[in-house]
Design a protein around this ligand. Structure first.
Ligand code: SIN
Ligand code: FE2
Length: 200
C-alpha cells in the first residue's frame, strides 16, 4: 500500500485488499435494495450520467431546485444506515472526532463521468471527505481552489481510498472517464465510489 500526495489529496493506493473490497460490496447490497439508485437531474437541465443513492442520516440530492442534502430517499423512505465496514474506513483515515452523516454512493456505468466540481454543501469544512473506489478504474482530475487553476489527473483503482482535507477539502475535482470492465469486482462492470462526509 502506497500513499501519494497530489496537491493535498491523500491517495492511499490499495488501502483495501480484494477480500475487503468484496466484503464491502456485500455490505452495500442491502443498502442498494433499501435505497435504489436514481439519476439526479442537473439544476441547469439534463441528468447526471452517474447514478446515485446514499446511506446515513442524509443523502445528497440534486434537481431543478439545486444541490442539497435530504433526510430521506426520493421514495420517501429513510436512508439505510452506513455499513460498519464503511465507518471503519472513515475511522482509519479521517482523523476526525465525528462520524460521517452521509455515505454517498455513486455508480458509474459505461460512459459515465462527473464534471469538475467542489464538495461545498456541508456546514463545516474542517472535516475531510473520504472517498473509496470500487470496481472499474476511474480517472480523477484534481484541480485547485478555483476552476481556473491547472489540473492533473490520476487513475484510481479498486481499493484506493482518497482523503480530501485541509487545502484539498474545497479543491475542484471530477471523474473524466472510467475504464469500463477493467475490474471484475462488479459482475456487470462499472465503478462504485463512496464518499463519506460530515454534513451538519
Ligand atoms: C465525487 O466527487 O463525488 C466522486 C469522486 C469519485 O467518483 O471518485
Ligand atoms: Fe466530489
Amino acid at each position: 500500500m502506497a500513499r501519494l500526495m497530489v496537491r493535498g489529496f491523500e491517495i492511499h493506493k490499495g488501502a483495501l485488499d480484494p477480500a475487503a473490497q468484496r466484503s464491502l460490496i456485500e455490505a452495500l447490497r442491502p443498502v442498494l435494495r433499501a435505497a435504489p439508485l436514481f439519476s439526479p437531474a442537473v439544476p441547469g437541465g439534463g441528468q447526471m450520467s452517474v447514478r446515485m443513492t446514499a446511506a446515513g442520516a442524509y443523502g445528497w440530492f440534486s434537481d431543478f431546485a439545486g444541490y442539497r442534502y435530504i433526510a430521506a430517499h426520493p421514495s420517501g423512505k429513510d436512508w439505510p444506515a452506513i455499513p460498519s465496514q464503511v465507518l471503519d474506513i472513515w475511522a482509519a483515515h479521517a482523523g476526525s472526532d465525528r462520524m460521517p452523516e452521509c455515505c454517498l454512493l455513486n455508480y458509474y456505468g459505461e460512459g459515465a463521468r462527473m464534471g469538475l466540481h467542489q464538495d461545498k454543501d456541508e456546514a463545516d469544512f474542517s472535516y475531510p471527505v473520504v472517498s473509496i473506489s470500487l470496481g472499474d478504474d476511474g480517472l480523477l482530475r484534481i484541480g485547485g481552489a478555483t476552476r481556473k487553476e491547472k489540473t492533473e489527473s490520476i487513475w484510481l483503482n479498486s481499493g484506493d481510498v482518497v482523503v480530501m482535507g485541509g487545502e484539498a477539502r474545497l479543491a475542484y475535482h471530477g471523474i473524466d472517464r472510467i475504464r469500463f470492465k477493467s475490474s471484475r469486482l462488479l459482475p456487470k462492470g462499472g465503478r462504485i465510489n463512496l464518499t463519506l462526509r460530515v454534513v451538519t
